[in-house]
Write a new protein. Structure first.
Length: 550
């Protein structure tokens, strides 16, 4: 009970601090509280000058919420421990071996730094084990009804489940010049792109349709892993967000049309699953066929610790990269208005704070000097930001003309590459504040970006990949970075506070993969998990999806 009181106290204190920052100054002209409130006003003004009013208000709220969540988790764990202790003391009670599923983390553009982010996840359950089937049409084992069932049956009386096989890894297939475009997109197991769901509905949650991640041919998995506990025909489609797994019978020929409201899959050259669509947003992850392999991988597919980068960026640059740079400059220019407004507000608050301190006879010389320096910094920064905004506007106009009507898969000549290099150096020198979070640092990044897009593009785009780069990608970059795309076996460890329950099976793990644009936050990985019993009964509605930071 005391822990929950602490949770509410922390939240209340955070709200009070944020409200004071939002409403200051509150110090009266006289009275016993005037000196105290005046110092609080000065502190609030200093915070606003340094970080802006909006950030200064949100910071204590965010810290309060994080601390409250940690306290709440502690209280919840304490309650669970007490409940488990009580069950252990009950005569004939069963040992608890299935804690609540881990919550699911849904990435945002700027995730909060924490050991693990929690968002309410998949908690859908079927109507009962005795029903004739699941939502996918797969049969469910009938519930056992012993003649005289005990109040709490012992798990040892239940039939033994088959052992879970060793791990298999999903390696992206090499793409060869001799592979036709039709054959490439006719593969039966793949990552990204669109699913083939047949008559099944695209899964959704309260936020809308879920992002598609992978579809795997169950016959191919059974061939690579004879001990696989999965069905031997059809396929499984995996979706991110709050997580869902759909069993698809047969082999539908057509890709499923994306539903209205499907969120963007990734920002090109940026992060996956962005909160809002922008000029760089793409609707689907790149399509790439995969094949299951045993853990004893051949040397040509051994894991690599680093992602793919172009080997000769100065010699190969395509208009696709130039158009990408133009989109980046547009995003930087769009954000410039907010940067200017923020600097103006800081200057206004800094001037008001200095004036108030000058009228207060108790103000120290040090406080006056600090407030004066803060105001001077704001007065210097605003003209600099305005100058960057004007310069960037000219560059955006020039860049739009430079890339207009260009074929994205045509290479730039040496003179055009030099122009692009000069332009990139210009914005980094004259507009550093506005472009630092939006514009690539080198032309090599644009070359790498284009090569990744070519490898998963249509036949014309793929034809432009240089032979040396194609050979290197097919030889060295078929696997994820670090933790692999994996089924079964021993996976990356879960957090200490969330041990896997007995019989928990790793159905699928998706690691970071730059070729797939899967640059997961914290270099983490997604894991789809299911109990061995639910897997045997094909209860895909009971799958839980967890995100684990590295």
């Amino acid at each position: 009970m005391r822990r929950w009181i602490a949770v509410f106290a922390v939240l209340a204190l955070a709200v009070l601090v944020a409200a004071y920052i939002a409403l200051f100054p509150l110090a009266p002209q006289g009275g016993a509280l005037a000196p105290l409130l005046s110092r609080l006003d000065d502190t609030a003004a200093n915070l606003v000058v340094r970080s802006g009013r909006e950030l200064a208000v949100l910071t204590p709220l965010a810290l309060g919420i994080i601390l409250a969540l940690l306290l709440a988790a502690s209280a919840h764990r304490a309650g669970l421990a007490a409940a488990r202790g009580a069950r252990k003391r009950m005569p004939g009670g069963r040992k608890g071996n299935r804690p609540d599923p881990d919550a699911v983390w849904r990435p945002e553009p700027e995730p909060v730094e924490a050991e693990m982010d929690h968002v309410p996840g998949l908690e859908r359950r079927a109507a009962g084990d005795a029903e004739a089937g699941t939502g996918t049409g797969a049969p469910v084992a009938a519930a056992r009804t012993p003649a005289a069932p005990p109040l709490m049956p012992d798990l040892d009386d239940e039939p033994a489940l088959p052992p879970i096989p060793g791990a298999i890894v999903l390696a992206r297939k090499p793409r060869e010049r001799t592979t036709s475009e039709q054959a490439w997109f006719d593969e039966t197991s793949w990552l990204g792109g669109l699913p083939r769901l047949g008559t099944a509905a695209w899964p959704a949650d309260e936020r809308g349709p879920l992002p598609f991640a992978a579809q795997l041919d169950l016959a191919a998995i059974a061939a690579a892993c004879p001990d696989s506990p999965l069905p031997r025909s059809g396929s499984l489609a995996f979706f991110l967000g709050s997580g869902a797994v759909i069993e698809v019978p047969g082999a539908p020929e057509l890709f499923t049309e994306p539903p209205p409201g499907l969120p963007p899959a990734f920002d090109e050259g940026g992060h996956p699953l962005p909160a809002h669509a922008g000029p760089l947003s793409r609707a689907f992850f790149p399509f790439w066929p995969v094949e299951p392999l045993s853990m004893d991988l051949p040397g040509d597919t051994a894991p690599r610790s680093e992602g793919f980068t172009a080997t000769q960026p100065a010699e190969h640059l395509w208009w696709h990269g130039a158009v990408h740079l133009a989109d980046c400059l547009h995003m930087a220019h769009h954000s410039a208005a907010h940067a200017v407004a923020t600097e103006r507000e800081r200057g206004t608050l800094a001037a008001a704070r200095l004036a108030r301190l000058e009228q207060d006879p108790t103000t120290s010389i040090e406080d006056l000097d600090e407030a004066g320096e803060a105001l001077a910094a704001c007065e210097r920064q605003l003209p600099a930001i305005l100058a960057e905004q004007a310069s960037l506007a000219q560059v955006v106009t020039a860049m739009d003309g430079f890339v207009a009507d260009r074929d994205p898969w045509t290479a730039l000549n040496a003179e055009e590459i030099a122009v692009l290099g000069e332009l990139l150096a210009h914005v980094q020198r004259d507009c550093p504040t506005l472009v630092r979070f939006y514009v690539p640092e080198t032309l090599g990044e644009l070359t790498t970006l284009s090569l990744r897009a070519m490898m998963t593009g249509d036949a014309r785009a793929f034809a432009q990949v240089p032979a040396a780069e194609l050979a290197r990608i097919n030889d060295q970059h078929r696997l994820a970075i670090g933790h692999q795309h994996q089924l079964f076996g021993i996976a990356a460890p879960r957090p200490r506070h969330a041990p896997p329950p007995d019989g928990d099976v790793l159905l699928l793990q998706l690691g970071c993969d730059d070729m797939m644009e899967w640059n997961w936050a914290h270099k983490g990985l997604f894991q789809f998990r299911l109990s061995a019993r639910d897997m045997a009964e094909r209860r895909w509605d009971r799958v839980t999806l967890t995100f684990l930071p590295e």
